[in-house]
Design a protein. Structure first.
Length: 175
């Protein structure tokens, strides 16, 4: 697997992803966002788009993360996010933020070193941040985010996933 940062905002490249294989495929044709991809045998299997916060040049927002539907669950997304995270820190960003709308993304971001801030966006996405915000009780904060998802209409897979995490500690960081 090859991980590659293709460009920084505001001069990111256009990516044309197959909408049948990738969620948010249309969001990757914008050129005002940076992009990074994961490739297997020269085929894109995951992508992330990101941009600077409009009011805080020290903050980078990860906007869209997508993994080929056939490759989900292999750890490609978290590895790609670590790659972008590390390059962003090297570039001088002090904080990375992302809003997530499902428990699988929430868990993947935790494994990448992000943590729930306790905040939600106006469209009910949970806000996570790296480096981990100062949290007295990391387990309670992790569970608080999972509880937000439990209050929603969920798929059977999401319900099973959340039940498997009931009363657990945050996942271990992957390196």
């Amino acid at each position: 697997m090859e991980y590659d940062l293709l460009g920084w905002p505001p001069d990111g490249p256009k990516l044309r992803l197959d909408y049948k294989r990738f969620s948010y495929a249309g969001k990757f044709v914008m050129t005002n966002t940076g992009k990074a991809v994961a490739r297997a045998d020269d085929t894109i299997v995951a992508a992330v788009a990101f941009n600077e916060d409009r009011t805080d040049a020290d903050t980078l927002w990860l906007r869209y993360v997508t993994v080929d539907r056939e490759r989900r669950g292999e750890g490609i997304g978290p590895t790609l996010l670590r790659h972008v995270r590390d390059r962003a820190v090297e570039r001088g960003y002090e904080r990375l933020r992302i809003a997530v709308n499902n428990p699988f993304a929430y868990e993947a971001l935790y494994r990448t070193g992000f943590a729930y801030t306790g905040e939600q966006t106006g469209i009910a996405e949970l806000l996570l941040e790296y480096p981990t915000p100062a949290i007295e009780d990391a387990r309670a904060r992790y569970q608080a985010g999972l509880e937000q998802f439990r209050e929603r209409d969920l798929s059977d897979d999401e319900e099973q996933f959340l039940e498997s995490r009931r009363d657990s500690e945050p996942p271990e960081l992957e390196t």
